[in-house]
Design a binder for this molecule. Structure first.
Ligand code: SF4
Ligand code: SF4
Ligand code: SF4
Length: 442
């Protein structure tokens, strides 16, 4: 196969200026360093095993939503990137790298759905991550997502939130909540607490009400909890998605060290999929840990445990028709689908499954860092999830007015899909509904 099949029209400063600085010598050197030092049997087995049968194609929403265009099939993306790189032993052009970066960062959301339909379980998401790693080392990265990685590196959070802004936001949410529930606290830096609650960087910036809601839930359940005032409070990780593995490791270490400094027994992470993947699946591997030093659970598991233990009372369930989006990072990635259904059934009286569901659910096309690549790629992202829109529409026809999505990136992706396809559905986090219907202390 020759140069890429599709010349892109999408302009992006990060990709364009990154490409302009490349030389053939640099490309070859970096590629061979990554292949020799950072890959091994896994890459070889995947590449040698693939028989190009195409059985994975219909597993990918990009392929299905773009009228089965072969350039969007999982194997097509591999063919246009890593196979060509291996074939040419790294002797590829700057234009090739630019197009490979665009494919790996914006035409695959690393959702791993295709791996379930491959007879050999080949994980195309892993192969795209190898391409991203090469592109990171070559400095060819979409500008928006690279900016979030810069923020991580400089501030240890994704959104350039200053330390005083973070603490102010917690005080502000505590004040708001205390108007509703007297004596409610958001305990900061409480040493020896049972739980450290961590959130993603965008939460204090754009969705501070979620901290408020969780504070009310913690309070009603009578839990001994705390939040760190120091760096480590942000559990998100865009470095995982840019291919900056060293920074990913630094961020995860900071998160666990915050928990260790506070001597908590476990970490509860808010409703975010990619952050969980970074803590549970990828960052820990980068650090070489067999097991994380502190037990950590995703919000889905946490709410399940609370309801199982009868710590939250629901006087009257939420009555609007709801459907549930299964975020790939915590469902395919961690198998929390029955726990989330348990909670939804505890709080909602009219739950309508979307189809396909659980580990077969279609992704929102936002995760995997795709939404973080910003406006230049928005249209392609939304068009490439037409199948998700159809899935939501089918649930709506059965009576679902509300979509529950326990993941921040999914919210961003689904918001755009709902808007673009004019679906007129409401989006909620699980904690929005728990907070709304739970019995609250005076
Ligand atoms: S990981 Fe997801 S987005 Fe990427 S090729 Fe596979 S199905 Fe498509
Ligand atoms: S990745 Fe698996 S399903 Fe896809 S073409 Fe290769 S062998 Fe076939
Ligand atoms: S944002 Fe949500 S559904 Fe979308 S790719 Fe991530 S976890 Fe999957």
């Amino acid at each position: 196969m020759g140069e890429p099949l599709l010349k892109t029209e999408t302009r992006d400063i990060g990709l364009d200026t990154g490409m302009a600085k490349l030389t053939p010598e640099k490309i070859e050197k970096v590629i061979n360093e990554v292949l020799e030092n950072e890959t091994g049997a896994k890459l070889k087995v995947y590449v040698d095993t693939c028989v190009h049968c195409g059985l994975c194609s219909e597993g990918c929403h990009y392929y299905m939503s773009n009228d089965k265009n072969p350039i969007y099939s999982p194997a097509g993306k591999v063919k246009q990137t890593i196979w060509e790189i291996l074939d040419k032993k790294g002797k590829v052009s700057p234009e090739f790298i630019r197009r490979a970066a665009e494919i790996a960062y914006t035409e695959c959301n690393l959702c791993k759905r295709c791996a379930m339909y491959c007879p050999f379980g080949i994980d195309v998401a892993y192969l795209m991550l190898v391409v991203r790693r090469i592109c990171h080392k070559l400095g060819v990265i979409p500008q928006y997502i690279q900016d979030t990685a810069h923020s991580h590196a400089a501030t240890m959070n994704q959104m350039w939130v200053k330390e005083e802004e973070w603490i102010d936001t917690l005080f502000w949410q505590e004040e708001e909540a205390a108007e509703e529930i007297e004596n409610l606290r958001i305990p900061l830096d409480k040493e020896g607490a049972e739980i450290m609650y961590s959130v993603i960087g965008p939460e204090p910036k754009f969705r501070a009400q979620l901290i408020y809601e969780v504070a009310v839930i913690m309070n009603a359940a009578g839990l001994d909890w705390t939040m760190p005032s120091m760096p480590g409070w942000d559990n998100s990780d865009m470095a995982m998605y840019t291919g900056d593995n060293e920074l990913m490791g630094r961020l995860k270490k900071e998160h666990f060290e915050a928990a260790e400094r506070l001597k908590v027994k476990k970490i509860v992470m808010g409703e975010c999929g990619h952050a969980f993947r970074s803590v549970y699946d990828m960052g820990n591997r980068q650090l070489g840990w067999k097991m994380p030093p502190v037990r950590m659970v995703h919000a889905l598991e946490f709410y399940y445990e609370l309801f199982k233990a009868g710590k939250i009372k629901i006087p009257e369930k939420y009555s609007k028709g709801v459907t549930l989006h299964d975020p790939c990072n915590v469902i395919r990635g961690r198998g929390l689908h029955e726990m989330s259904r348990y909670t939804v059934n505890k709080i909602c009286s009219n739950f309508i499954e979307m189809t396909p569901n659980r580990e077969h659910n279609y992704c929102c096309c936002a995760g995997g860092g795709v939404i973080n690549c910003g406006p230049p790629f928005r249209n392609k992202r939304v068009v490439s999830d037409r199948v998700k829109a159809e899935q939501l529409m089918a649930a709506k026809e059965k009576g679902a007015e509300v979509v529950i999505a326990p993941c921040h990136n999914c919210h961003g992706g689904l918001e755009d899909i709902i808007d673009h396809y004019k679906l007129d559905m409401e989006l909620k986090f699980l904690c929005d509904i728990i907070y709304e219907v739970m019995e609250k202390p005076e």
